[in-house]
Design a binder for this molecule. Structure first.
Ligand code: AMP
Ligand code: ZN
Length: 663
């Protein structure tokens, strides 16, 4: 087989495996085999840039950066849906439409997926453009981002029309949402509130490789356009499925409103077992001729109706309020409830957020409260049932002392949260900081888990991360359930952490607002902890992507005696507190101050390697050409408009080779 044939073959295979995995949920090869094939294709594509394909499976990892999304007018307006909330609303709708069309009416009932709507056009079986709903008349071009969503086919199968538009909803299933939040919490970032907003926010991320990392899915529900040869909505769904789209199988075609009502009733409770959020059912007149007769109002099709489920609400008793202390000393009040079933789970606790929230609801111990689960995973208290309040109840007084160490709490102006500033003496803060230090994205100490940290702290064996390096086997053996072997592993794991690179140690220090990404940026810029510790607030703020909040926090950290002691102890135990020789060797400042645009396909190095090279040599990769661009590095197949723009602005254009020569 020639390399050209091999490329075509691999693309075909990878497409099929993608489809098996993301649309059918039935992979037939292992992830490892998939990655190997993908890697092989990537290498070949580099070797043969002339065989570039805008819809190659290798593009699923993203890479394109969009600063301003282009606004595009929808060829067919994206309407909203009329809502109904009861049986009688639906019967009214049926009466209205029966007057407008002849013959019996059948209905296709579908789940109403709760995400962000999307409209995708396909030309000759290839994904051409993806637009957000926007205001319905025009939306944003988010093609690059949508192409990273694995259940969206880039190339279709079967007998599809030459050109058509298909509508669907981009959603984030619960499981993916949960795991994203778990890693955000580890990174010291605020968790996302609900899957719906996260899904729509993801579509507007500027960097498509960030979108590629999010476990988004696209569920399709409608084909638009006149000449598709299809005669019913239910066939629309079947056809779309046959072309390779993910179209959930729950939809049913029913021939009377009574059956529709049963369908609704069933899903009102069964929805809690779905892997994603739905907020209702959409009922559509099945026959497309009838749909055409019914047409649209100013806002919505007359041939469709959404039935909205009520956000499930229950009431229960508030037994007591407890207060949690986080690693940073932030206090979170928690409502402890009489257990109650809600939306498929038993709820025992709800977050009360902060003192203001408690005051706003005027919620008191002993009250009967209403709780609700919307898109949020953690239920919230929406109101107090005042009719059930006892006469002797008293206003909730927010605690004034830390529940763990009795230190008076502080609340800075402008902040919602109360804090315990007994950083060194407050047990949950001590434990939290060490747990953060050993976590997967920080020092990732093998053989040491969160619970062991608690045991070690409670046994007064450690108080801060540096103490880990003084532990001896005989200290830890007496701990509960600690066998010789696990003790040895623990010590080995601690020893091995001395090789963990600087940026992860920096992240592990748990400086407020310094998550994984910020730690990387700072490590790369300052190269050593001593240089970082001497930086002024102004100097820090001048670093790309570092704002005033981070700058002040870093500056304060290195002005604190305890942090200074901690860092110098870590240094004395041999932790990596500067960039390694290897990392430094690849770094120069040859390109310092240069703003470089990279475009096209390259032969000697991949595009991402090229970007890394620029980065390592002090340059900055920018995505679009402007008067400030230093030069453009052009590979094969660069877009003509980019070249034109560079020429117009007099920006030098370098070939791959002449750029590499510079280094
Ligand atoms: P609304 O935003 O409440 O006006 O509802 C209209 C939106 O529901 C549409 O823009 C779609 O994005 C979304 N939707 C979710 N599932 C479906 C479905 N099965 N059929 C049609 N629209 C749907
Ligand atoms: Zn405390």
């Amino acid at each position: 087989m020639s390399d050209q044939e091999l490329i075509a073959q691999l693309r075909k295979e990878l497409r099929q495996h993608n489809y098996n995995y993301y649309v059918l949920d039935q992979p037939i090869i292992s992830d490892f085999e998939f990655d190997m094939k993908l890697k092989q294709l990537q290498d070949l594509e580099l070797q043969y840039p002339q065989m570039q394909d805008l819809n190659s499976p290798t593009l699923r990892v993203g890479g394109a950066v969009t600063k301003n999304f282009k606004t595009v007018v929808h060829a067919h307006r994206m309407y909203s849906l009329d809502n109904s909330y009861s049986k009688s609303d639906l019967l009214d709708w049926e009466k209205r439409i029966k007057k407008l069309v002849d013959g019996p009416i059948a209905y296709t009932c579908e789940l109403k997926y709760d995400g962000a709507s999307i409209s995708i056009t396909y030309k000759d079986g290839m994904l051409f453009q993806a637009l957000t709903r926007g205001d319905g008349t025009q939306g944003d071009d988010v093609t690059a981002n949508v192409k990273t969503i694995k259940s969206v086919p880039l190339k279709l199968q079967g007998d599809y029309p030459d050109f058509f538009e298909i509508r669907g909803e981009i959603i984030l299933p619960f499981e993916g949402f949960k795991s994203m939040n778990e890693s955000r919490i580890l990174d010291g970032e605020e968790p996302f509130k609900n899957p719906r907003n996260t899904a729509s926010g993801s579509l507007k991320l500027q960097n498509s490789s960030e979108v590629a990392k999010r476990p988004l899915e696209c569920l399709l529900y409608g084909i638009v356009g006149e000449n598709t040869g299809i005669i019913s909505q239910f066939d629309n769904l079947k056809k779309a499925r046959s072309w390779g789209f993910k179209v959930p199988k729950e939809a049913q075609c029913l021939d009377c409103i009574d059956a529709v009502l049963k369908f609704i009733e069933y899903w009102d409770s069964a929805r809690h077992d779905l892997p994603y959020e739905i907020d209702g059912i959409v009922i559509k007149v099945n026959n497309l001729h009838q749909q055409a007769e019914l047409g649209f109002t100013a806002k919505a099709p007359r041939w469709a109706m959404a039935y909205k489920f009520k956000a499930e609400q229950v009431s229960t008793k508030l037994n007591y309020i407890s207060y949690q202390v986080g690693r940073t000393g932030a206090i979170t009040p928690v409502a402890n409830l009489e257990p109650v079933a809600l939306a498929g789970t038993v709820v025992k606790r709800a977050s009360l957020h902060n003192a203001d929230q408690i005051a706003k609801l005027d919620v008191r111990v002993g009250d009967t409260v209403f709780i609700e689960k919307g898109g949020e995973i953690i239920p919230k208290i929406t109101a107090v049932d005042l009719s059930k309040r006892s006469n002797d109840s008293t206003t909730t007084l927010y605690i004034s002392e830390c529940p763990e160490c009795q230190t008076p709490l502080t609340r800075k102006s402008g902040e919602a949260q109360h804090y315990c500033f007994n950083t060194l003496g407050c047990p949950p803060q001590i434990i939290g900081r060490i747990q953060h230090y050993i976590s997967r994205k920080a020092l990732d100490i093998e053989g040491l888990g969160g619970e062991t940290v608690t045991l070690l702290v409670n046994a007064s064996l450690i108080q801060n991360p540096a103490d880990l390096y003084t532990l001896k086997i005989e200290d830890i053996l007496p701990l509960d359930r600690m066998a010789q072997k696990s003790a040895e592993n623990l010590i080995l794991g601690i020893e091995a952490s001395k090789q963990i690179p600087f940026e992860r140690v920096l992240f592990g220090l748990g400086i407020r607002y310094v998550g994984e990404t910020v730690a990387k940026t700072l490590a790369k810029h300052y190269k050593s902890i001593s240089a970082l510790s001497e930086a002024t607030v102004d100097n820090l703020e001048a670093v790309d992507e570092i704002g005033i909040k981070i700058a002040e926090s870093v500056y304060a950290f290195f002005r604190n005696d305890n942090s200074i002691r901690l860092v110098s102890r870590l240094y004395s135990y041999g932790l990596q507190l500067e960039l390694s020789k290897a990392a430094l060797a690849n770094q120069t400042s040859i390109l310092a101050g240069d703003r470089i645009v990279v475009s096209g396909v390259f032969e000697k190095v991949s595009r991402s390697e090229l970007k890394k090279l620029i980065d390592a040599n002090g340059g900055k990769v920018v995505s679009s050409i402007s008067a400030k661009t230093t030069y453009l590095v052009a590979g094969a197949n660069m877009g003509p408009s980019k070249r034109q723009k560079a020429e117009d602005l007099g920006i030098p254009i370098l070939t791959e080779q002449s750029f590499l020569d510079k280094l």
